[in-house]
Design a protein around this ligand. Structure first.
Ligand SMILES: [Zn+2]
Length: 443
């Protein structure tokens, strides 16, 4: 274990919530060595970094950092990065499902604006919907490209055809599959100026891209399979750390390390469940006078169904048929669901608007208590996300343009795209509703 990182995490995670304290504690800034000519004219393009490497870690629960703090997992390369930056707890969006969450990270917009929605019932097609890729506002890749910049994405699929695509040397997308090391292989090759396989053809990026993204989902896969305390998680964190080390080394080899910023975050956390209350949930809805049906992606309800339920971590519940839009019926359904001891929260449409969720969701969103799932009891403990209990993920900001030891104040998913834009000296994506985390950046 690297003692400095352990100490860093022990002090910084707890202190991160108190911005004034962490700012006051910040070390004096090293001299600025930027040789860029100073002009009195306001400039639209004033980069703090020539390159940003963004590492997107699916299912990176903030509590996994406890494993590093406690010495269970060693992340020496992350520790070295943190000497040039900070790690804080960031807040995601509802629902805390992969595609809507990455859509908010990529656009800086709330789900109510980007409209990417997962696990809901679509009355227009009379079918249940799973996850999809539609995004209603521009991503950071589109925004950077429009302003003359270049982008590369190794499997961060949320950008595919939204600023990066197969075969485009200025906005290159690769989808190598495999593990985190395989996606890192592509990023290292691009940093070396070597060709990578992009949709089956070998393509060399047009220089070192200004924004480089790498997507790894080993933590999510392990978390779903065994829950948030799965014994494979420390090893997965250590593998991610090796990949961080490889990317940092490649930026040094390429001669861009001193002008590269590193941003690392997750989309959502993970919660273990070992019991299901699907049967009790349906019985409670029936007892309130309804005919419910749980639908999987692509499925349409049977005749006579008046409550459509689509489960993805949370349960999307919508009254259909003759009682559509009947507030008394929604109220009765809400009371029946709230009375269940396994239910943590029931969010009605007013709650959904308050949380800036997608307008595509149903009348009610039901989130289970930790330990429970709106489904059947699994043979072994498993993991889920989608609820407010999985909103917290780490945010690492480090390297060029970042103030060492200064924690951003209350960062959120929607602040990532504006902040990466500011690092690169670009305007944020046009639909962005977040803010630049200025306090953590150099002037
Ligand atoms: Zn997942």
């Amino acid at each position: 274990m690297m003692p400095s990182l352990r100490k860093f995490l022990a002090t910084s995670i707890a202190a991160a919530a108190v911005w004034t304290a962490s700012t006051a504690d910040a070390a004096p800034l090293p001299p600025v060595t930027d040789a860029r000519p100073v002009t009195t004219e306001p400039t639209t393009h004033h980069p703090r970094a020539d390159h940003v490497v963004f590492l997107a870690l699916d299912g990176f629960d903030v509590e996994y950092l406890d494993l590093v703090r406690d010495g269970v997992a060693e992340m020496p390369n992350l520790g070295r990065l943190l000497r040039q930056g900070s790690v804080t707890t960031s807040t995601g969006v509802m629902t805390s499902i992969t595609n809507p969450s990455w859509s908010s990270v990529a656009t800086g917009a709330w789900p109510e604006t980007h409209h990417n929605t997962a696990y809901w019932f679509d009355p227009a097609t009379n079918t249940a919907r799973g996850q999809q890729r539609d995004i209603a506002v521009p991503t950071i890749a589109q925004s950077v490209r429009e302003q003359g910049g270049t982008v590369f994405s190794a499997q961060w699929f949320i950008l595919q055809n939204y600023g990066v695509t197969f075969g485009d040397p200025d906005g290159l997308y690769t989808q190598p599959g495999g593990d985190c090391a395989r996606r890192t292989d592509d990023a290292v090759a691009v940093l070396r100026g070597e060709p990578v396989s992009s949709g089956g053809q070998l393509v060399t990026a047009n220089g070192i891209p200004e924004l480089m993204t790498v997507y790894c989902d080993t933590l999510d896969a392990i978390g779903h399979d065994g829950g948030d305390a799965d014994p494979r998680i420390p090893g997965a964190l250590e593998d991610i750390d090796r990949q961080i080390g490889r990317i940092v080394a490649a930026t040094k080899e390429a001669g861009v390390h001193r002008r590269t910023a590193f941003v690392i975050t997750g989309d959502h956390g993970m919660t273990t469940f070992d019991r299901g209350f699907g049967a009790e949930g349906l019985a409670a809805i029936e007892a309130a006078g309804f005919t419910p049906q749980v639908l999987t992606s692509g499925q349409s309800p049977a005749p006579g169904t008046d409550v459509a339920i689509v489960v993805g971590g949370v349960a999307d519940v919508r009254i259909i048929g003759e009682r559509v839009g009947d507030p008394a019926a929604v109220g009765r359904l809400e009371q029946a669901l709230k009375a269940l001891p396994q239910v943590r929260n029931v969010f009605d449409r007013a709650d959904q608007r308050r949380m800036q969720m997608s307008p595509n969701h149903g009348d009610l969103l039901v989130e289970p208590e930790p330990g429970w799932s709106f489904g059947s009891t699994p043979a072994d403990p498993a993991g889920r996300h989608g609820a407010t209990t999985e909103l917290h993920i780490p945010l690492v900001l480090a390297g060029a343009g970042v103030r060492p030891g200064v924690h951003p104040y209350d960062p959120r998913h929607i602040d990532i795209a504006p902040t990466i834009s500011a690092l690169l000296g670009y305007a944020p994506p046009s639909g962005s509703e977040g803010r630049v985390l200025h306090e953590a950046l150099r002037r």
